[in-house]
Write a protein that binds this ligand. Structure first.
Ligand code: SIN
Length: 279
């Protein structure tokens, strides 16, 4: 397939684009990789339909964009330890990561991006919603931007609501996390290392308090930001279909998997790509 066959269709004015005309299981040409990377940087999250990626092929696809890294809490597949099953069983009520978040913001170097591939889907439901953190930042008043600009915040893996969302997966395939750094302080406004744009970098799953302030002092402003950053005009919603692949830029987006398919099984395969220290 040639790069000229690639079609990029935005799904909302601020975030998300559906891409057709590319088979992700192929060896991609440098032009194709560059076009897809450009689309990711421009739209924050890109969606592909009807792909057929074995774990090996998903690893190969991810390798065009970065280095796959471990997820700290849950083991990957036996033969592909960097491919994490995101599973919800028929009898489970809580879904993995079922709260607005950017991935593993508690690590010193949170991932640059994540690639999810649909393996088993409920007939209806289980959509994933994405929010644009550039738009969230840009919509703040100049006064708020100036106030937030020097602030840093503590991000932790231990907030109760997010810990609850991984409990069941840790019970069946958890790993020893004694060596993992589960708290990091990051800037509240980060500058994207590739686009140079500024993005709001707090999230309700992991951000606990502003550095140098107590939780009680931080909560009113953080609560405002958690509500502000998922306003309707900053989001898009992806309806999964068999074989769909979603690739998001974790440095300027957040996501929320909707838990509306109780009694049904859902399985996605996830690969996370190495990031850098946020500045
Ligand atoms: C995740 O946060 O990686 C899960 C996303 C999803 O299940 O749609």
């Amino acid at each position: 397939m040639s790069v000229d066959e690639i079609r990029i269709t935005p799904v909302s004015p601020s975030i998300g684009a559906e891409i057709s005309g590319v088979d992700l299981s192929d060896t991609l040409s440098p032009e194709t990789v560059s076009r897809l990377r450009q689309a990711l940087l421009e739209h924050g999250v890109i969606f592909f339909r009807n792909q057929d990626l074995t774990p090996a092929r998903q690893m190969a696809f991810s390798g065009f964009f970065g280095e796959a890294v471990e997820y700290p809490f849950v083991n990957g597949l036996d033969d592909y330890p960097l491919v994490i099953p995101i599973l919800k069983l028929e009898d489970e009520t809580v879904n993995f990561g079922g709260i607005w978040h950017s991935d593993t913001a508690y690590l010193p170097e949170p991932p640059m991006g994540t690639i999810l591939h649909a393996r088993e889907l409920p007939e209806i439901g289980g959509d994933t919603v994405f929010a644009d953190m550039y738009a969230a930042y840009e919509a703040l008043s100049d006064g708020m931007k100036a106030m937030l600009s020097p602030l840093r915040a503590l991000n932790s893996a231990s907030k109760q609501r997010v810990s609850d969302t991984r409990k069941e997966r840790i019970e069946d395939s958890g790993k020893d996390v004694s060596g993992v750094q589960t708290e990091s302080i990051h800037p509240v406004i980060r500058t994207h290392p590739e686009t140079g744009r500024q993005a709001l970098f707090v999230n309700s799953a992991h951000t606990v308090r502003f550095d140098g302030m107590s939780e009680a002092e931080s909560t009113p402003l953080l609560s405002y930001l958690f509500t502000h950053q998922i306003r309707e005009e900053f989001i898009c919603r992806f309806k999964w279909s068999p074989g769909a692949v979603v690739f998001w830029d974790n440095r300027c987006t957040q996501h929320y998997p909707v838990n509306d398919y109780c009694g049904h099984r859902r399985l996605l395969h996830r690969i996370t790509l190495k990031g850098d220290v946020p500045h």
